[in-house]
Ligand binder design. Structure first.
Ligand SMILES: Cc1cc2nc3c(=O)[nH]c(=O)nc-3n(C[C@H](O)[C@H](O)[C@H](O)COP(=O)(O)O)c2cc1C
Length: 354
């Protein structure tokens, strides 16, 4: 019998520990997912920056090395219509950086790569049948969601407000990820784009717990046993932890991201839209300070990233997104398996006051 005081997520997802290694597009690959799932948590494979063939390969690799439940995560934004004028205005804003770094300003702008869930991704889910599928930015259209649910997968999605949590429950989510403002990466917000009314984890989790019947997973700023215990005290049935896993050897982070995570000061994250067009939390760097962190000129998600790509190739630390949550200084150098077990063991001990 599980020692956890609330086993709703453990029972729903068929996992041993209520620790979800967060999907982190660009930073999580199959090795992290395998390690988290084999340690008894839920490993989450992000699909947003992979081609369908890459995703299929990663899922096959995971299945070869783990028999445990896994989560596959997708963005489900609407692809934007091209807006030439906006794209040019944005590139013009960045022109001084092109000149400074000696990058060809007149070369065609690369296309940035965040793919939404679609029919082809749905077919991969039907083929490889992960036990859990999670979404960010709402849910896909009903026909596709019905097909995902018909595979038997449990469906999760992120809510950044109580209103979004209620909407997700009404539209068929089996559990809600309550994503506080502290969290690293893209805000999962989808019913409002008003950042000023985004809610912190401590306020969001209990209000979501009160508002929905399905179990709630707390996310945002949880990096050690204190956060795990607090999340359960607030009524969560599991935690989803992202940034703390960026310190593991399984994380695929660039040299500049690796360094920033270890050297930036605790107050140096901000929510920015300049890297993709959607608000996301990351460690402050030069381009965020100089043209952001929020810019009304940024093209719609995910198009804003294209014009920054050539700059990144020359000045990585200054022009790359260094996604991290507000609790990043709590990160410790552990393997994914060690971190998963430590969060669970020490979190439970705190919760039971052992
Ligand atoms: C580097 C990075 C990439 C992320 N990418 C995704 C993603 O692809 N899909 C998603 O649903 N959430 C993504 N997130 C959000 C996480 O899944 C999770 O909700 C968040 O990291 C929790 O907050 P924490 O970072 O404070 O632990 C990302 C977060 C980070 C730090």
């Amino acid at each position: 019998m599980s020692p956890w005081p609330d086993t709703r997520i453990i029972d729903l997802l068929g996992i041993e520990l209520p620790i979800i290694q967060a999907p982190m597009a660009g930073a999580t690959n199959s090795s992290m997912v395998i390690a988290a799932s084999n340690a008894g948590g839920l490993g989450s494979m992000p699909a947003a920056m992979l081609s369908i063939e890459q995703l299929r390969q990663e899922l096959k690799t995971i299945r070869q090395h783990s028999q445990r439940p896994i989560n596959v995560n997708f963005f489900c934004h609407q692809s934007p219509t091209a807006d030439e004028q906006r794209a040019q205005d944005w590139k013009n804003l960045l022109e001084p950086y092109y000149r400074e770094l000696g990058v060809d300003f007149d070369a065609p702008t690369p296309v940035s790569n965040r793919a939404p869930f679609d029919l082809t991704s749905c077919e991969v889910i039907e083929e490889l049948r992960p036990e859990v599928v999670s979404f960010h930015f709402g849910l896909p259209e009903k026909t596709l969601l019905d097909r995902v649910k018909a595979t038997g997968a449990k469906v999760l999605s992120s809510a950044t407000t109580v209103e979004e949590a209620i909407w997700l429950e009404q539209h068929g989510c089996d559990a809600i990820i309550a994503m506080g403002y502290e969290a690293g990466g893209h805000r999962g917000m989808f019913l409002s784009d008003d950042l000023s009314s985004q809610v912190g984890t401590f306020a969001l989790v209990p209000q979501v717990v009160d508002a929905v019947k399905v179990p709630v997973i707390a996310a945002g700023g949880i990096a050690d046993a204190r956060g795990v215990a607090a999340a359960f005290m607030l009524g969560a049935s599991a935690v989803q932890v992202g940034t703390a896993y960026l310190f593991t050897p399984e994380a695929k982070v660039s040299a500049s991201h690796h360094k920033a995570l270890r050297t930036a000061k605790d107050s140096e994250t901000a929510v920015t839209n300049i890297f993709t067009g959607r608000p996301a939390r990351g460690i402050l760097n030069r381009v965020m300070r100089e043209i952001g962190p929020m810019s009304a000129k940024a093209p719609a998600f995910p198009l804003a990233g294209g014009a920054l790509m050539p700059l990144r190739a020359k000045g990585e630390a200054d022009f790359s997104n260094l996604w991290a949550g507000q609790a990043f200084t709590l990160g410790v150098e552990l393997t994914t398996a060690e971190l998963t077990r430590r969060l669970a063991e020490e979190g439970l001990a705190k919760l039971l006051r052992r």
